[in-house]
Design a protein around this ligand. Structure first.
Ligand code: GLC
Length: 448
């Protein structure tokens, strides 16, 4: 199975002018390409981690160099020119007999024109992993790289109307690139933002020109960490507090800072939490706590040390306490539970791809294995890792490496899933490599 996975991953490599520069999202000959024949930045992150962990650094470096150029291109929707410094969600390599061309998509071509906010942050994470693996700090210190980091920070740290240190984004601005009620302050973006700030702190050259920017980064790291650990964290004790919250508290030190109405606690949460577990909620804004559990954001919080030690252990316990739903017949569910009925109608806009327990709305995405394996190894809690990987091994190859699975227990191959989805394959390879060589974990993790 490992040999097949490597063969498929290598077969997905896209070349530009004779050099490998990325991996295509899927190489599935049976379904229409749509945009799966492109290199997605977020998907490539998983391939990059697989390559780096296996000493194939060149493709990652080429990818970083190519995307550096794409970042400074101007792009627009209609006549509106979008902000400088954005990285594309994906790019296509178009080849004719006489010419090769890169066609990036910054969101202006994407379905529903969603803004790929996460791309800049995944790019930073890939850069960090590359430098950590190769020791090539000079690469990060190159003028173009420093410039890229500064442009990204400019986009993320610009003061606007915010009261919170979290980043305000529109719906569908990350891996969930459709309307799913993940607007405002979704966890996955906050975790990636945090990882990027940590990366910036490591890589920005410490000179007088950068001093005030570095100070700003360090301050934001502290504020973001405080905010997430204090307000996003949910365990049984906190739930009980929220259950007893007063409302309409007009003061700076209100207990119910966001005026969350206890009546908005969904009934499933009461039975979901045990004494020994907890998680970061999906999002938090004025009178809105998104109680859903999002696996990627929680695992990224563990990898980046946004979660403190105890919180990190609690997140892993929660995943195991709910193994039946979250792992089920195929790891791992993207979010729990699914939106149904009127909630689905209002929050997805009647999205027929995101029906309950399908795709982003409670489907299971095997690519998440990479972050589960990495978090387990970071926390030295690998007791269940083997077993969970073997659950995936039962079907992944014979099902032709699907993009996602459906159903409450992740039993069905996803309704519209592509086969030979590259990050499914790469996610498996990262998990297997880390299992064999756990000492390499530092490439993907951050210390407090
Ligand atoms: C889908 C997913 C997105 C992924 C893309 C390519 O659009 O929602 O997260 O990057 O497919 O695999």
């Amino acid at each position: 199975m490992l040999d097949e996975a490597w063969k498929l991953l290598n077969g997905s490599v896209a070349e530009f002018k004779g050099k490998p520069v990325g991996t295509l999202a899927a190489v599935d000959k049976t379904t229409a390409d749509l945009n799966y024949d492109q290199v997605f930045v977020r998907d490539f992150a998983v391939s990059a981690f697989a390559f780096l962990l296996n000493n194939e650094d060149e493709i990652v470096r080429n990818f970083l160099e190519l995307t550096l150029e794409l970042q400074i291109k101007q792009h627009r929707m209609d006549c509106f020119v979008a902000g400088k410094g954005i990285m594309p969600a994906s790019f296509k390599i178009s080849k004719s007999a006489s010419e090769e061309e890169i066609i990036p998509d910054y969101g202006e071509k994407a379905i529903a024109k969603v803004a790929p906010v996460d791309s800049v942050f995944w790019w930073m994470y890939i850069l960090r992993a590359y430098v950590k693996k190769t020791g090539d700090l000079d690469f990060a210190h190159r003028k173009e790289c420093q410039n890229a980091i500064k442009l990204i920070l400019e986009l993320a740290l610009t003061t606007r109307f915010d009261m919170f240190p979290t980043l305000l984004v529109p719906d569908g601005s990350f891996m969930i690139d459709r309307r799913m009620g993940v607007y405002g302050y979704p966890l996955e973006i906050q975790a990636l933002f945090y990882i990027s700030l940590m990366t910036a702190r490591e890589f920005l050259i410490n000179n007088s020109e950068n001093k005030s920017l570095i100070d700003l980064v360090i301050r934001r790291i502290g504020h973001l960490k405080y905010h997430l650990r204090k307000y996003f964290w949910l365990d049984f004790k906190k739930l009980n507090q929220i259950y007893r919250y007063q409302i309409e508290e007009y003061e700076e030190n209100a207990l119910n800072q966001f005026n969350v109405f206890p009546a908005s606690i969904p009934s499933w949460v009461y039975n979901w939490l045990s004494d020994n577990d907890g998680y970061f909620v999906g999002g938090l804004g004025p009178s809105r706590m998104d109680f859903r559990f999002f696996t990627a954001g929680n695992l990224l919080s563990v990898l980046g040390s946004l979660a403190d030690d105890k919180q990190a252990q609690s997140i892993m316990k929660l995943l195991l306490n709910h193994e039946k739903e979250l792992v089920g017949e195929m790891p791992l569910k993207l979010c729990y539970p699914a939106l149904k009925g009127v909630e689905w109608e209002l929050l997805t806009g009647f999205d027929s791809k995101n029906i309950p327990w399908s795709y982003h709305n409670g489907g299971s995405w095997p690519f998440l294995l990479w972050s589960f394996a990495a978090a387990s190894i970071k926390l030295k809690s690998t007791k269940h890792l083997n077993e969970i990987i073997s659950i995936a091994e039962k079907r992944l190859a014979s099902d032709h490496w699907p993009e996602y699975y459906d159903g409450v227990h992740n039993k069905l191959i996803g309704k519209e899933a592509r086969c030979y989805q590259t990050w499914t394959i790469a996610g498996y390879l990262v998990a297997k490599t880390l299992l064999k060589e756990p000492h390499k974990i530092g490439i993907l993790t951050f210390d407090e």
